[in-house]
Design a protein around this ligand. Sequence first.
Ligand SMILES: C[S@@+](CC[C@H](N)C(=O)[O-])C[C@H]1O[C@@H](n2cnc3c(N)ncnc32)[C@H](O)[C@@H]1O
Length: 185
Amino acid sequence: MDSKTIDVLSNLEVTAEKFWNVSRQSANFISMLIKIMNAKNVLELGTSNGYSSLWIADALKETGGHLTTIDFWEKRQCIARENFEICGLSDIATFKIGSAYDVVKNEINENFDLVFIDANKGEYVKYFEVVHPLVKKGGVILADNITSHYEKVIPFIDAITNNGCYQVQILDLPDGLLMGYKYQE
Ligand SMILES: C[S@@+](CC[C@H](N)C(=O)[O-])C[C@H]1O[C@@H](n2cnc3c(N)ncnc32)[C@H](O)[C@@H]1O
């Protein structure tokens, strides 16, 4: 990670609560996983100001991959774009504005090695419905706020656990990060 990106991420950690950013520990885990998997194509639902997106893009710089990230809050995604410019990572990301469910359903036609779900907690089960067909065999779905918003995400946990294609574990990271490994299609 270069010094500019380290500085930007440190600054963003000061306002993490306001922008609902993922914890540093979870972001670091996601980054390591991308490198371990040699993931090339990553989808993120919930950009905010780009904190997790920057961690993902920085890892994808190493693997030669690309990030698509979606948020319906235009102002926040503009801040994310500015942060990507500062870090020199703009080429690595495509930013899409709109409802995460609608954008995935109507505009996304690619397959992904990794999908990170971090938008509306009550809609996780709907996101799963549309991202599941896009995740490659051997790919991974990650979802944040599994323990912090447990009641809201129960339908999602049930759906991915009972789907039959995923090995699932909730990781003991701040707010709870679910990892689903797609071992068959
Ligand atoms: C928890 S924050 C994302 C934080 C970001 N992943 C990070 O760690 O830096 C959730 C984001 O999802 C967005 N969001 C909520 N519901 C959405 C929806 N239905 N469609 C698109 N974006 C949504 C919010 O605007 C917010 O910016």
